[in-house]
Design a protein around this ligand. Structure first.
Ligand code: NPG
Length: 367
């Protein structure tokens, strides 16, 4: 396959409501879409970086820089490029997994469109719809949180994830559990605790949570293994799991019994499938995380979440959870599920007029 062009399209998307986590409040997303062409087809992908390096070391301007100066020139020079070879060609460049993931996904999309194969089929999906959970940000008050959770449950979301941080943990979790009873409920701390907080986390064991997601620092696999022995609630890792090798290490060291797979965080859908396979082989359930994706990223995530090891509902929410106007035909919630796209590749395209209205800049990196 020959890469004939690579274009970065920057779009600005206001969020329907502010989304507060321990690493800050998002009110809009500045997103890089990657558009590639080959002689046979075109391909689309979304780079999931945030504007600032607060979730991981990557950020949007940095991703554009590394694609422009380091990644795209290597791909352009590669002989017989295929999506399966992208990671190998880019291996000399350390890190930058979100930027690499976006390029690999766009190339995979083009390849699958040319072959007429849906991404879900290519990855080995066994479902045609995926259970949708929702991530609920930190709020100013518990009544406000209860109203938000109530609204999501009424829309049909099948599991609630509460963002927590020191000072916003025991009381909100207790209030949601008491008000809504036997719902699927989990927390996400985004690394905001230390092992010294284990007594607080032990108190949360009373609420029969599915798991706590990433309570401790990203690098602290050993700390998570210690914590897992001190609490009865399972530990799920997100930020820590950046590759299948780290996943295998974390599982065998007892640091997690559940894994959140985010394709951007781990370098793409091919590495995501490897993590899925490692987890499945160890009997560790996985679920698909989210990075406030538009329909472009959401489509590919829905395909991944349809693999057999994804036995827990993901953050695969409907488009209107975040955006009043998605860049693709919106993903909608039907009976608590999203439908996995069936078209070739990621199975969705940006709507040209909408894309034009959201675009704040374009840059051609090749062709
Ligand atoms: O449903 O897309 C979604 C968002 C789910 O909470 C969510 N994502 O820490 O997992 C996270 C968080 C996040 C959002 C992380 C944006 C980074 C960027």
């Amino acid at each position: 396959m020959k890469l004939t062009s690579v274009e970065l399209i920057r779009i600005a998307m206001p969020l329907v409501s502010p989304f507060r986590t321990s690493f800050g409040t998002q009110t809009s997303r500045q997103i890089l879409l990657v558009h590639v062409t080959t002689p046979e087809a075109e391909g689309w992908a979304e780079c999931v970086t945030l504007e600032d390096p607060v979730y991981s070391p990557e950020y949007t301007d940095g991703a554009a820089h590394v694609m422009r100066h380091h990644l795209v020139p290597r791909l352009a020079a590669a002989e017989n490029l295929t999506a399966a070879r992208v990671a190998q060609v880019l291996h000399p460049i350390k890190g930058h997994r979100m930027a690499k993931a976006a390029l690999e996904t766009a190339i995979l999309d083009a390849e699958l469109r040319a072959a007429g194969t849906p991404l879900s089929t290519y990855l080995g999906a066994t479902k045609d719809r995926v259970a949708a959970g929702v991530s609920v940000g930190i709020m100013d008050s518990i009544p406000e949180l209860l109203d938000a959770v109530d609204g999501y449950l009424q829309q049909g979301y099948v599991r609630i994830k509460l963002k927590i941080e020191p000072g916003w943990d025991y009381e909100p979790v207790k209030a949601v559990r008491e008000r809504f009873g036997d719902i699927l409920l989990q927390t996400d701390a985004n690394t905001s605790y230390t092992l010294a907080d284990y007594k607080l986390l032990q108190r949360l064991d009373a609420f029969d949570l599915l798991f706590h997601e990433q309570p401790l620092e990203e690098e602290d696999i050993a700390g998570h293994a210690q914590l897992a022995k001190l609490i009865t609630t399972p530990v799920c890792l997100d930020e820590s799991i950046v590759s299948a090798a780290i996943a295998a290490d974390a599982i065998t060291r007892g640091a997690c019994s559940v894994i959140n797979i985010k394709p951007g965080r781990v370098g793409g859908y091919l590495e995501s499938r490897r993590i899925h396979d490692v987890a499945l082989a160890h009997g560790v359930p996985v679920w698909c995380g989210g990075m406030l994706e538009t329909g472009i990223g959401r489509a590919a995530n829905a395909a991944l979440a349809a693999l057999p090891g994804f036995t827990l509902p993901g953050d695969t929410s409907a488009s209107d959870r975040y955006y009043s106007q998605d860049v693709t035909t919106p993903f909608v919630l039907e009976d608590g599920h999203l439908t996995v796209p069936t078209g070739a590749g990621i199975g969705v395209d940006p709507l040209p007029d909408v894309l034009a209205s959201l675009t704040t800049g374009t840059e051609r990196l090749l062709g």
